[in-house]
Ligand binder design. Sequence first.
Ligand code: GDD
Ligand code: MG
Length: 372
Amino acid sequence: MRWASAGRHDEGDGQVLHDVEAVVLVGGQGTRLRPLTLSAPKPMLPTAGVPFLAHLLSRIRAAGVRRVVLGTSYLAETFEKHFGDGAALGLDLTYVVEDEPLGTGGGIRNVAGHLTADDVLVFNGDVLCGTDLRAVVATHRDTQADVTLHLVRVPDPRAYGCVPTDPDGRVLEFLEKTPDPPTDQINAGCYVFRRAVIDAIPAGRAVSVERETFPGLLAAGSRISGHVDDAYWRDMGTPADLVQGSADLVRGIAPSDALPGPTGDALRLAGAEVAADAHVAGGTVVGVDAQVGTGARVVGSMLFDGAVVGAGATIENSVVGAGARVGAGASVVDTVVGDRAVVGEACELRGGMRIWPDVVLPAGGVRFSPDV
Ligand code: GDD
Ligand code: MG
C-alpha cells in the first residue's frame, strides 16, 4: 500500500517534524475487542479497508515525522509482516518486541535505544484522532515541558485518564480511570517526551506511564503541559467505538490519508458483491469478496473479507467477521460475529452480543439478546 504525500489531510510541506521521532505502543491484548483480537492485535484490525494502524501512521507521516518505532508484544510478528520496513508508506519503521508485556511506560523505555531525537512523539496505537501534531509539539517547545500531553474533553471521562490543568496549561494531576473525575478533560493518548525523561523510566520491568510515570513526574516537580483541542478523537478499544470509528473514516468525518478507495456512504473493497436492491450505508465497509444479498440492509457496520449477508437480513452497527455468514432474514444489531461463525436464518442478535469464531447458531428465529 502507498499513499500520496499530498493526501486530502496532508499537513503542509512534510518537513516540519523531521527532527521528531515517533513511538507507537501496540503491545496490548485488546481484551475488550475479543473475539476479534484473538487472531489479530487491535491495531491490525481491518478498519475502513486497512489495518487501523495504517490510519495512525498516515497522520504521523503527514505531520512530517519519518522515523517510527513500534513497541510490540501481543502477536508481535503480525506488524512487520504487513508494514515491512515502512518504505512503501514513506516511513522508516523499526519493530521492538517485548518478551513479556512491559506496560505503557515499560514499552516506551524498551525502545529508548532506538531513538535519536530529543523530542519524541508517543502514541497509544488504538486512537483515531485528527489533532494537529505540529501544534502539540509547538506547545511542548513553547512551554519547555518535560512531557506534553494531548488532552480532549469527553462526555464520560471515567474510562480514561483524567487530567486537570491550571490556566497556564500546566498539568495538575493524573487520575487514571477514576470513578469520580474532577474534570471531563482526559488523556488523549498522544504525548511529547523529552528524550531524557524516557531514559529515566526504570528499565526491565513493567511500568504504567499513566499510574507511575506521570504521577511520579508531577510529584518531582517536573513540567507537564497539556495541549487541549477539540479535534476528532476516539479510542477504538471497544466494539462500539471500533464500528463508529470505521464508519467515521469511511464518511470522511475522521481524518486519514490511508483510505484504500473512494468512500462516502459506504466503502466496497475488491470483489465485494452487493445486490442491486440492498441498502448499504452509514459508513459500512464491505470487505474483499464479501456478499450482501437481495433486500438486505447494512448500516454503519464492518463486513470483513468474505463475510456473507443473506437476503433480507439486517446488520446495524455490527462487525461480521472474516468468512462469517448471516442467514436470510436475520437481524444483527450492536453485535460482533466472530470469523467463520454462522448466524442462522431469522436469528435476532443485539445488545452487545459477541459470537465466538466458528460458532454455529441454528436457524429458526432464536433470539439471543441479553435483554430477553
Ligand atoms: N508495547 C506495549 N506493551 N504496549 C502496550 C502494553 C504493553 O504491555 N499495554 C498496552 N499497550 C498499548 C496498547 O496496545 C494501546 O495501544 C495503548 O498501549 C493503550 O492501552 P489501552 O489498553 O488501549 O489503554 P486504555 O485505552 O484503557 O487507556 C489509555 O488510553 C486512553 C486514551 O485512549 C490510557 O493511556 C488512558 O489514560 C487514556 O485516556
Ligand atoms: Mg485504548
